[in-house]
Structures are given as C-alpha cells and as structure tokens.
Design a protein around this ligand. Structure first.
Ligand code: DAH
Length: 340
C-alpha cells in the first residue's frame, strides 16, 4: 500500500514543472513542508510492519531526496531566468542624448572676438541699463540730437536719465573713464531701440564695438584693422570700401562696405546689384570725446567702430528675416551646429 503511494508520488515529482518561482514554493509546501504529502508518509512509516520497514524506509528516503532535488532544480532555473532578464542587453537600441548647439548670434559674436583678439584687442562689457551720460552726453551727442528722442530710446520709469543703451558705444565711455591709453578693446553686447519689429529691424539686437586709443593712431590703422577683419570674416578675396558718414563721437566718420561674397562684387539680389554690403560704422574718436573722459587729445588719438552682429550673421548665413534669431525655433537653430 504505502509502496504504491511512494511510487506514484515519485512519478508525480519527476514530472513536476513550475512557471514561476512562486509556483516552485507552492510545490515545496505541498510535498515537503510539515504538512506536506511526503512528510505525512514519514508519519505513516511508524505503522509499517517491521519486516517491511527496511524496504519502505529506503524508498521513502529516495522519494524525499528526489523531491528536494527536483524542487531545488526548479528554483535554480527560475533564479537564472530572473538574472538573465536583468542583464544588460547590448543588442538593444540605446537612448541617445542630443547635444545642444550654439545660437548663430553667439557663433558669429565669438568669431568676431577671435579675429580681434588675434590683433591684441581685449574684451570688456558694460551695463545694458545705462544713463544719459554714457550713452549720449559723453559721446558728444548734442542735446537736441534725434537719437535721444523718446521714439528711439527705451527709458526706465519715465526717468529720462536712465535708459536701455541704444548702442555699445557707451562701453567706450565706461572703459575710458577708468583706463588711460593705450586702450585696445572690443565690447560685445545687447542693445535696445524703440523700433517697429520687421524682417530687417528688431527692438533688441547685438553689437560689437571696437576702440583703440594710443599715441599716433591714424585713419590708416583703422582701415588696415577693418580690412583684416573683413578678410578673416568673409574670406581672403574680400575688399572693403569706406564711405564718408557722420557720427557725433567720431571725426572723420565713415561707413564700411564689404564686397559681396555671394556674387564676388558683380551684383546680385543680396547686395541689391551694387556688389557691396554695408557692415559697420567707424571713425577717428572725436577729440571732444577723449577730453570728456579726461584723456589728453593732444597726446592721444584713436579710432572706433561698431557693427551689428545680426547683420553680419544674416549676410554670412543668408538669412532674410532678423526675427528668426529671436524666435528660438529649434528647426532653425539646429542648422548652425559648430564646434562648442
Ligand atoms: N554706435 C553706432 C550705431 O549704433 C555705430 C558706430 C559708428 C560705432 C561709428 C562706432 C563708430 O564706434 O565709430 O549705429
């Protein structure tokens, strides 16, 4: 009787399987726990006739060992499967992190800084919220000059003395009031003008200002510096042209054109058929500006220039609408990847 029971349990156990480690644990409880079926047979063993004890005892022990082995094997199988599931799957597609790119205005600004630093210009910055003295008065703007007009300038809290700078020329004053010549520096920064926004104009834009004050600085130095800049920025074939102009803080003053790099000067739609593109204003620092900043205008002379970064970026990348620089549309910005 008990021998039949043992052999049927042995069959059962040899065919056991479990889908999860929980099922394995249930099988252990079913056969081997205190109330398990095999444990119960050991209780029955006491009632077995003495002459049978030896044979039954042996079979019973074999059954128990088989059950333990089987359950251990199932346990190991599920543990191995769980470990496998956690293992790194090198064939899976990775999650990549996109690297950001520089804004085109930063790229061009950094290029301008690079070019002038090769000529020994250092970089300085000044405040965006300025006063009338630094933006206008110390730069020789007459009181009735239209640039002071409410229409061009953003004033702070209707205080006509505090305003958002309309050009980076204000940093010339900031530097000259703290430093005696020689001064050779550029000033990149944001400027603000109360203008209607269009494809060609924005109320916020960027300039890079340049100032060189020392003994015997001449217009020839200015021209040579700007020619070097144009060739570095737009290519070695570039030529420049200086046209007489007027700025209150320079005398003489000029506007500089660079030969159109698209048509090589023959005339195209970008240069409107002229072969030239206007890129900056410049001139010899007016002696009145040096004197306003306590620099001896008999001993020292200087040149200055100022350029719009957006304008240069638009020419370089052939961008027709200045507003694109401020909209931060990633489809636009992604096109200007550069080495960071
Ligand atoms: N500040 C002028 C502007 O915003 C640009 C300029 C012209 C700067 C001539 C200069 C300069 O330093 O010499 O239009």
């Amino acid at each position: 009787m008990i021998l039949d029971k043992i052999s049927s349990l042995l069959d059962e156990i040899n065919n056991l399987d479990a889908k999860t480690s929980e099922e394995v644990e249930n099988l252990r409880v079913k056969y081997l726990s205190k109330k398990g079926e095999i444990t119960a047979l050991f209780d029955d063993f006491r009632t077995v006739a003495p002459e049978m004890k030896r044979e039954v005892g042996q079979k019973l022990n074999e059954l128990k060992v088989s059950a333990q082995n089987k359950i251990n094997a199932l346990k190991e199988k599920h543990a191995a499967e769980a470990a496998q599931a956690e293992r790194l799957d090198v064939s899976r597609e990775g999650t990549s992190h996109e690297i950001g790119g520089r804004h085109p205005i930063s790229i061009v600004k950094n290029d301008i800084i690079d070019i002038f630093s090769r000529l020994g210009f250092t970089v300085a910055e000044g405040p965006e919220v300025e006063d009338d003295w630094h933006v206008f008065t110390a730069l020789n703007f007459p009181l009735e000059h239209p640039a002071r007009d409410m229409q061009d300038t953003f004033f702070i809290n209707t205080n006509p003395d505090i305003l958002l700078r309309t050009h980076t020329s204000s940093v010339q004053v900031r530097v000259m009031e703290h430093q005696q010549p020689p001064i050779r520096a550029i000033f990149p920064g944001r400027v603000f003008r109360n203008e209607a926004i269009s494809s060609r104009a924005h109320c916020i834009f960027h300039q890079v200002e340049g100032l060189y004050v020392a003994e015997n600085v001449s217009f020839a130095d200015l021209k040579q510096t700007l020619l070097y800049f144009a060739k570095e920025m737009f290519g070695q074939q570039s030529q420049i042209r200086l046209r007489p102009s007027y700025f209150p803080f320079t005398e003489p003053s000029a506007e500089m054109d660079v030969s159109c790099s698209l048509c090589g000067g023959k005339g195209c739609s970008v240069c409107k058929g002229t072969g030239w593109l206007e890129i900056l204003g410049c001139g010899m620092v007016d002696p009145a500006v040096l004197e306003a900043n306590h620099i001896d205008s008999k001993k020292y002379s200087g040149f200055a220039f100022g350029m719009g970064v957006e304008r240069i970026a638009m020419l370089r990348y052939q961008i027709k609408d200045i507003r694109l620089f401020f909209e931060n549309d990633v489809r636009f910005l992604k096109q200007f990847q550069s080495a960071l």
